[in-house]
Design a protein around this ligand. Structure first.
Ligand code: SF4
Length: 218
C-alpha cells in the first residue's frame, strides 16, 4: 500500500492545471488516509461540460465532502442535498450552467452503522491535506464568487473562528481569493428536526443565494 504523503495532496497535484488532468490525477492521491475506504475521489464539475479545460464560471460552490451517492457515482452534489441545492438555485434565479460545484475534501469519510455508511465530518488535518486540490480548482476555474456551503468549507477558507450562524450571507474578502459568501449546507436543511427549522433554514439559504446573485449582477 502506498505511503501517506507528509505534505498532504501537494505531491499528487500535477503542474498541468486543467480540469481533465486534475480530475484524473486526484484518483491517485494518497495525501491522507481517506482514500482507503472510499470508492473513488469526487472532483468538482460544471453541470455542462465537465471536460472543459478552462470553463467560464460565475460561482464556485464548495461543500464539505462527497456523500454516499456521490462516492458511488463519482460526481459531486448528485444526492438529495444536491437536488435541494439545484431547487434553491433555480428559485434564487441563479443560472446553474455557470455554477461549478466541488467539495473541501474529495474522498467520502464515513463510519458503518449496520449496513449503512454514515457520513463522518472530516478532521482539520484531512481538510488541510486536501487543500491543494481546492486551490488548484480555484486557480483553474477563477470564479467571480465563491459560495461556501456549511462550516467545514467556510472555516477552511475564512478561518476556524468563522461562524455561519453569525456571518452567513455577508460578503467576505480574503487576500488571494475571489469574494466569498458562506451559507448553510443543504444537507443541514435535510437533517432539520422540525418542519419549522427546515423552513427557516431554507429561507436562510435562499436569501444568501439571492444576495450572491445580486453581487454577480453588479
Ligand atoms: S481526501 Fe484529499 S488529500 Fe485525502 S486522499 Fe483524498 S484527495 Fe487526497
Amino acid at each position: 500500500m502506498p505511503a501517506i504523503a507528509k505534505e498532504g495532496a501537494t505531491p499528487f497535484v500535477p503542474e498541468d492545471l486543467t480540469l481533465p488532468v486534475l480530475r484524473e490525477a486526484v484518483q491517485n492521491c494518497r495525501g491522507c488516509d481517506l482514500y482507503q475506504n472510499a470508492t473513488q475521489a469526487v472532483f468538482g464539475e460544471l453541470e455542462t461540460g465537465a471536460s472543459l479545460k478552462r470553463p467560464k464560471v460565475a460561482i464556485m460552490m464548495i461543500g464539505e465532502q462527497p456523500g454516499n451517492q456521490e462516492d458511488k457515482e463519482g460526481r459531486p452534489f448528485v444526492g438529495p442535498a444536491g437536488k435541494l441545492l439545484d431547487k434553491c438555485l433555480q428559485e434564487a434565479e441563479i443560472d446553474r450552467r455557470k455554477v461549478y460545484v466541488t467539495n473541501t475534501v474529495k474522498h467520502f469519510k464515513w463510519e458503518p452503522r449496520g449496513r449503512l455508511r454514515i457520513h463522518k465530518k472530516p478532521s482539520m488535518k484531512e481538510v488541510h491535506a486536501c487543500r491543494p486540490w481546492l486551490e488548484a480548482e480555484l486557480e483553474v476555474v477563477r470564479p467571480a464568487l465563491v459560495v461556501c456551503l456549511g462550516a467545514v468549507a467556510a472555516q477552511s477558507l475564512l478561518g476556524s473562528g468563522f461562524k455561519i450562524t453569525q456571518s452567513h450571507g455577508k460578503l467576505q474578502h480574503r487576500e488571494g481569493f475571489p469574494p466569498i459568501i458562506a451559507t448553510i449546507h443543504p444537507s443541514a436543511i435535510l437533517r432539520a428536526r422540525t418542519s419549522e427549522d427546515r423552513d427557516r433554514d431554507t429561507n436562510v439559504l435562499l436569501d444568501d443565494l439571492r444576495h450572491a446573485n445580486t453581487f454577480l449582477a453588479r
